[in-house]
Design a protein around this ligand. Structure first.
Ligand code: 4AD
Ligand code: MG
Length: 464
């Protein structure tokens, strides 16, 4: 029996009755009586289960005993039209093989309706729930759509390094990478750590962003994107922050800020539409179980133009709103998600792209505006999420970039390779970063970012 080729449930549910088939998967439920047993089987290919009917004149009770919730089985049988409601086909079982049992007294997913918090504690098993099956299938579909979007536009996927000596965002929240013996750290004559003895011969860290290397690619290949894991050691325990998250960073030569905004808007709409068109079963499940407005919200983002306005205008709206925010709003303040969500959810009721932020709250590489106070930044703000994209036009003038690096007290020596792009054949260019898990929060309607990544890395949490 094992020699046959299994057919996935997603395919079986679309097949015509009559064929003989082999199906393999995990038991969701079993019910029945002395004459017949019904098993709902799931193999992860779809949120939908296939019903397997065991005629008890062909099977013994002893044989069916280990077929309990969570057990893994293979069944050979005939696909037949289902007389019961809820499914069009079912399998009439002829042979059964139990690969692995799941003890009913100890299997943690015995019943339905566990809390998200509990499921995080059993992160090794939560992919077996309907909810996480849906989320991870959607996650896959979105990753695929990202590559398709850029490939169709002639962008090149550039692999930027995960280990680097550079601090792209200048935020200083980095994980250090070292092979030095922490119990016996080598020191130089000034008692400073002697990194020349470290693996890379210098202090290095996990990347916070692939952008700076991405710019090198854009200044040669024209239009590139990165898509990889990024790491931030900020101790922010919020429903929107991870210490390890995936980011998509396109970088385009000859794009001004307006082109950058157009691309960002087109990109997100493409991805949301792709999910609506290709993940309908999973989205419907999440919509019905968690968030009755999910499908409506997704559709509305695809259909509406994003609002575009300056930070200065945004701050005016917030200051005139009469709302008492937890964090005060004034020109120069870094906007918090409560402010971003007010603009999106209450004031405009659609996504907003805010531009031209004060230079003090943005990274060194952003193009400086004539006013001497603001930079050509753009943040895309989304309902329920706040900031989903951060980007900018880049400062292409060597002189202005060097001045800004100095002004910010940054270490210029380690930046020579980046500055060379401005020294040799510089050009206007722009890019942005989309937080992959923030996108997934929006698309799945999940409310905690830990629930859209298979293995969330957060403070004090990295066991497996
Ligand atoms: O705004 P950020 O910090 O921008 C950059 O890193 C730029 N280098 C991007 C670029 O221009 N190429 O981060 C970009 C996005 C944010 O808008 C957010 O969606 C996500 O990355 N993000 C996080 N997602 C999860 N957990 C965190 N700790 C995140 N920090 C940022
Ligand atoms: Mg940002």
């Amino acid at each position: 029996m094992e020699s046959g080729k299994r057919i996935k449930i997603a395919q079986l549910l679309k097949s015509e009755p009559g064929i003989s088939t082999l199906v393999k998967g995990w038991v969701r439920t079993k019910r029945g009586n002395k004459n017949v047993a019904f098993v709902a089987l799931n193999d992860g290919s779809t949120v939908n289960n296939i019903q397997i009917v065991f005629d008890m004149t062909r099977f013994t009770e002893e044989q069916l005993k280990p077929v309990t919730t969570g057990a893994c089985i293979a069944v050979e049988g005939t696909l037949t039209a289902s007389p019961g409601g809820g499914q069009s086909v079912e399998i009439l079982a002829e042979q059964l093989l139990v690969y692995g049992t799941a003890d009913a007294d100890t299997y943690p997913l015995q019943k339905k309706g566990h809390s998200m918090e509990f499921l995080r504690e059993i992160g090794h098993l939560r992919p077996r729930t309907n909810t996480f099956g849906c989320v991870f299938r959607i996650r896959h579909a979105m990753a695929f759509a990202i590559h398709k979007f850029f490939n169709d536009k002639g962008f090149f996927y550039l692999h930027t390094p995960i280990v680097t000596a550079s601090d792209a965002e200048g935020a200083g929240a980095m994980f250090q990478v070292t092979t030095l013996d922490l119990n016996n750290i080598p020191r130089d004559e000034n008692n400073k750590i002697d990194y020349t003895q470290d693996f890379f011969g210098r202090a290095s860290n996990l990347t916070v962003s692939g952008q700076l290397e991405g710019e090198l690619g854009a200044m040669a290949l024209g239009e590139i994107y990165t898509f990889g894991p990024t790491f931030r050691a900020e101790n922010s325990n919020t429903p929107r922050h991870l210490a390890e998250f995936w980011m998509i960073e396109p970088e385009m030569a000859f794009y001004e800020i307006k082109d950058n905004m157009d691309l960002a808007e087109e990109f997100i709409k493409y991805l949301v539409k792709y999910a609506i068109d290709n993940c309908s079963d999973d989205l419907k499940f999440l919509n019905d179980m968690f968030d009755k407005e999910l499908l409506e919200r997704l559709q509305s983002v695809v259909e509406t133009d994003f609002v575009r306005l300056s930070y200065t205008e945004g701050v005016e709206i917030l200051m005139n709103s009469g709302v008492k925010f937890e964090f005060p709003v004034y020109w120069g303040a870094d906007l918090q998600s409560e402010h971003e969500r007010y603009l999106v959810e209450k004031h405009f009721k659609r996504p907003v792209i805010l531009t031209d932020y004060p230079k003090e709250i943005k990274a060194f590489y952003m193009k400086q505006n004539e006013d001497g106070k603001t930079v050509r930044a753009m943040d895309v703000l989304f309902p329920k999420i706040g900031e989903i994209i951060g980007g900018s036009q880049r400062e292409e003038s060597l002189e202005k970039l060097e001045a800004r690096i100095q002004e910010m007290g940054m270490e210029k020596d380690g930046m020579w390779w980046y500055l060379d792009t401005r020294r040799f054949g510089t050009a206007p260019h722009s890019g942005f970063g989309l937080g992959f898990e923030r996108l997934l929060l929006f698309v799945t309607g999940m409310s905690n970012i830990r629930d859209v990544i298979p293995f969330p890395r957060t403070p004090k949490n990295a066991e497996f």
